[in-house]
Design a binder for this molecule. Structure first.
Ligand code: NI
Length: 170
């Protein structure tokens, strides 16, 4: 396994629409997912999408389990749909935009359908923080970064300043 270099805001790979993964069971996909998992845990992220490590493919990894013993799962070729009109606004960060946080509205509940590394269909519903992470990561696959989802850019700032002057939940 290896820790991969993370693309930062301004790199064009972050703005491209990523291509579908043709064979989720290919050894290079398993290796990519293992490296992305190691990279995400090293950087203390909640999720990481392949374009963030300069690979323009439709997959992301996300953190599960407790803070002390996190595990990492991958969703390949994910499709998300909001389950209703309810949205909520909360603070987000992004490993490609280090040091910043922004308040971003997201669907509160989503349905998702994807493939796992065995090529099996994974589907279900998510809400709250998990739904937010999935929407943030799926946006990366379409070249969308969280500030592009913000209706109010006055709620974008550096972590340290927000901690001093605003209530953030993260
Ligand atoms: Ni991100």
């Amino acid at each position: 396994m290896a820790i991969l270099k993370i693309a930062r805001l301004g790199h064009p790979v972050l703005l491209a629409r990523a291509a579908p993964v043709e064979d989720p069971t290919a050894p290079e996909i398993a290796r990519l997912v293992a490296d992305m998992a190691e990279t995400m845990l090293d950087a203390n992220g909640l999720g990481l999408a392949a374009p963030q490590v300069h690979v323009s493919l439709r997959l992301f990894v996300f953190r599960q389990g407790s803070d002390e013993a996190p595990t990492v799962a991958a969703l390949i070729n994910p499709e998300l749909v909001p389950l209703d009109d309810a949205t909520e606004t909360a603070w987000e960060g992004c490993l490609s935009i280090p040091g910043l946080r922004g308040a971003v509205p997201r669907a509160r509940r989503i349905g998702f359908r994807a493939l796992d590394l065995q090529g099996r269909v994974v589907e279900g519903e998510a809400e709250g923080l998990t739904a937010r992470v999935f929407q943030h990561e799926a946006d990366h696959l379409d070249g969308i970064l969280y500030p592009m989802r913000m209706p109010d850019l006055s709620r974008l700032g550096f972590v340290e300043e927000l901690a001093r002057f605003q209530e953030t939940d993260r």
